[in-house]
Ligand binder design. Structure first.
Ligand code: CO
Length: 134
């Protein structure tokens, strides 16, 4: 059911420093920072030949990654995003298999303008999973 790895998201306490590390130390192609207030994050996209890395810094007081950074002050891998062809069919299949879909279970428009859902980390090897319809 899942297809390509769309991105890996890494929460960071300092987006400028993280972007510099990926650009200067790792030699990657790094975008300008973008504010995504509806998602409570500032994001930098790192383009790799086969996928993307998203560096996320909290934006605003109720950022969904604030708690994660409290527990992981130097940053850490926050989620992986897999592509699916049909997000509602994927959701229904996952729910039928007993997986927990976060929030109200209805897809939201994600950082790339496409519908996304998040799945409970305890059901997926301790990793928060995002699925995105492409
Ligand atoms: Co994501």
């Amino acid at each position: 059911m899942i297809g390509r790895l769309n991105h890996v998201a890494i929460a960071v306490p300092d987006l400028t420093a993280a972007a510099r590390t990926y650009r200067d130390t790792l030699g990657a192609k790094v975008s300008e920072p973008q504010a995504l207030p509806e998602h409570g994050v500032m994001v930098v996209f790192v383009e790799l030949p086969n996928t993307k890395i998203e560096l996320l810094e909290p934006l605003g007081t109720s950022s969904p990654i604030a708690k994660f950074l409290e527990n992981n002050p130097s940053g850490g891998m926050h989620h992986v995003c897999y592509e699916v062809d049909d997000i509602l069919a994927a959701r229904d299949r996952l729910k039928a298999a007993g997986a927990r879909v976060l929030g109200d279970g209805e897809p939201k428009i994600g950082a790339h303008g496409k519908p996304v859902l998040f799945l409970h980390p305890k059901d997926f090897c301790g990793t928060l999973v995002e699925i995105e319809q492409v």
